[in-house]
Ligand binder design. Sequence first.
Ligand code: PEP
Ligand code: MN
Length: 451
Amino acid sequence: MAPSSSHTWTPGSWRALPSVQQPSWPDAEELKRVEAQLAALPPLVFAGEARSLERSLAAVSRGEAFLLQAGDCAESFAESSADQIRDKLKVILQMAITLTYASGVPVVKVGRIAGQFAKPRSNPTETVEGEVLDVFRGHMVNDEAPTKEARRADPARLLAAYNQSVATLNLLRAFTKGGFADLSQVHAWNMEFAASSGEGQRYEAIAREIERALRFMAACGIDLDAEGSLHHVDFFTSHEALILPYEEALTRKDSLTGDYYDCSAHMLWIGDRTRQLDHAHVEFLAGVKNPIGIKVGPSATPEEVVVLCDRLDPEKTPGRLTLITRFGAGKVAEHLPALIDAVSAAGHPVIWACDPMHANTFTSSSGKKTRNFDDIVREVSEFFDVHRQKGTWPGGLHIELTGDDVTECLGGADEISEGDLFENYTTTCDPRLNARQSLDLAFRVAEFLRA
Ligand code: PEP
Ligand code: MN
């Protein structure tokens, strides 16, 4: 049974409940020490920023804006260079400007970044060359190398994840507020390896139009320097709130409102594997005021989803909840309509977002985990169709991408084939779209939005 709404929530009240997908930490004392250290460190984000995101998301829930949530499946301790962070940001900015320009709809930008270090897994162990090993759970927990030592859950990694998140967020703030995201830089966001492709050229055409429009406005006497929104971008962070000791340690009481916020990121989401009503993850997130996402896969019933909404957003606050559906290409029409009916009837002002990645993963004949670009586009297209039929707003897109020139997903304009998967496959978890595929997707989604 779900705890009644009258019980007392505290940042640690989840501890009394069962939780799945948690590593078994061999050294409980060391975990406690690390939690205390984290609790004494500064928050990564401030409550006021989370409230500002909630206001932007409220506009999405009203059908006045679109949510683009994108970034790595699993951030890596080995990939933290300034170039890698900048390139990921570039792709997201390019996608956002493409969507905005082509559809006329403002885009709320949320990265899966600066904290996306923990992964839910299908099996707790795996067998490598006859040896049974704990599964890799993300760099916040262990390392992907297939040895017993590497797979040991190490609390020191929570601190390392915090530190890398701080450094990443610091650079993101510099890039988005310090001139790099200035609209006059639209050309600079195009990356060399993408610029020569068809999508890259289509993007260049938009960039040229934007520059012309800026010159036109300046010629008309409009003071562009004074127009702040042309020079900096609001970019928010998010990750799956999976490792609860970490999330609890970064939860702080806002001195202005007295409310609790999980200050590890602006937005947190609950994964499809951890959304049990009477379990720890739902309990924890019910008590923090950040905008919350819930991944909703084919096993979720409409009744369950409504109870989740009641529990996580009893006040029905626009912008608080985003339902991120991930059913798989060909399965959206089977699952989504009943969900929309139930949630609408219950009066929850949720944002509907589509994750076309996680139910379209398969293992290719060569043994690599991959996704087909066409399946991804098809799931988004079906998502738009169902919302159009229901009269609800298809409010967002949730995807896994990287700014690196990887070959992890099949297809797209440069037709990555199964043989190509071996060329540059660097993900530590799920296959990501590269910049060309991401831009290609943005152009398709812009067409759906315009229609
Ligand atoms: C993810 O977003 O990386 C993920 C594991 O998704 P889901 O919970 O939807 O499977
Ligand atoms: Mn993933």
